[in-house]
Design a protein around this ligand. Structure first.
Ligand code: NAD
Length: 332
């Protein structure tokens, strides 16, 4: 019988792509998000689409009812600028994660996926730019990103204990910066790849020839293309990997190198203005993929340059076709 799958956060970036992927594979899908449906990044009429606030327990039961598998992507989150300034809002996602786990258990769902984050990793392991890659055990002794990271770490533990105490099969992946088309690229919740693409496009269209970069540009990260994320999530969901596992790229770059890539794609060379008092997060972060390679024989491998070309093209199209060239300059 065809599995009935719930995707929460389906109006957002990763959830929208996951609904597309599951529908393509023939699953029956219920897609849920708090946003009104005209605001969803992707919306598919073949899915059962519901607007519900999943902080509310009864809404979680309504969302989960009848579903075999649950992919929980719903969270109040964004890039560094958002999570450093909205710690309480980030922590309130614990309501979503608690109530969704309870609902999954009580409606008899057989498998539950939780999207955790590299923000669970201990800050003291990420103080230099030459980070060798975070291993799963580097989450403890705990010193996660304040607010957002603590909530993710707590919810990871809840998944573990729901599995141990109630027999709900939970799977947890720690995403390292996911990027791609159909994501947030403005408004304050966007992450570095989308924000830098938007700023380069804006500089190009306005002729300002200048870009503002948060920090000194030497901080390092790795970025995972959305197709790798979708593949990894589903492979983990289908596996017997019960402990939290890294899902990220090991191609570490500095923010300056990311800007180099986007400038090259755009065919521009911009003057860089460094905003040193901007929210920065940790100094250096990448994914150690030893465990995922061992357990799945696979790791995210889309080259950053290749993924950024697709992401840049999509954001360019959004800005030019949605706003019109003239208004873009005023919009941002
Ligand atoms: P997103 O913001 O695009 O999607 C999250 C969705 O959740 C949004 O559409 C939002 O409206 C919805 N949501 C928020 N509160 C809700 C509520 N109360 N009820 C129902 N829906 C609600 O983010 P994303 O990038 O797609 O991230 C998906 C998941 O992956 C999140 O849990 C996030 O923490 C995690 N994650 C993402 C990244 C990344 O780089 N994108 C990195 C680490 C972890």
């Amino acid at each position: 019988m065809t599995k009935f799958v719930l995707v929460t956060g389906a109006g957002g970036f990763i959830g929208g792509h996951m609904v597309a992927s599951l529908l393509q594979q023939g699953y029956r899908v219920r897609a849920v998000d708090i946003k009104p449906q005209w605001q969803w990044y992707q919306r598919f009429p073949e899915a059962e689409n519901l607007t519900l606030d999943l902080r509310e327990k009864t809404n979680c039961y309504q969302a989960a009812n009848g579903c075999d598998w649950i992919y929980n992507f719903a969270a109040d989150m964004g890039g560094m600028g958002f999570i450093e300034n909205n710690k309480a809002l980030c922590m309130l996602s614990v309501l979503i994660n608690t109530h969704m786990l309870m609902a999954a258990r009580d409606v008899g769902a057989t498998r539950y996926f939780f999207s955790s984050s590299a923000c669970v990793y201990a800050g003291y392991k990420q103080k230099t730019t030459d980070n060798p890659g975070l291993k799963e055990e580097d989450a403890y002794p705990a010193d996660p990103e304040d607010g957002y990271g603590w909530e993710k770490l707590f919810s990871e533990r809840m998944c573990r204990h729901f599995r141990e105490d109630f027999g709900l099969e939970t799977r947890v992946a720690r995403f390292h910066n996911v990027y791609g088309p159909h994501g947030t690229f403005d408004g304050g919740r966007e992450k570095a790849p989308a924000a830098i693409s938007r700023k380069v496009i804006q500089a190009k269209l306005s002729g300002s020839n200048e870009i503002e970069i948060w920090g000194d540009g030497l901080q390092t990260r790795s970025f995972m293309y959305i197709d790798d994320c979708l593949h990894g999530v589903q492979a983990i969901m289908h596996s017997d990997i019960r402990e939290p596992i890294n899902l990220g790229s090991a191609e570490m770059v500095s923010i300056n190198q990311l800007v180099d890539i986007v400038e090259e794609i755009a065919g521009v060379h911009l003057k860089r203005r460094y905003k040193l008092d901007a929210p920065l997060g940790v100094r250096g972060r990448s994914s150690d993929n030893t465990l995922i390679k061992k357990l799945l024989g696979w790791e995210p491998s889309t080259p950053l340059r290749e993924g950024m070309e697709k992401t840049y093209a999509w954001i360019y199209d959004q800005i030019v076709n949605t706003s019109g060239k003239d208004s873009v300059v005023n919009l941002y």
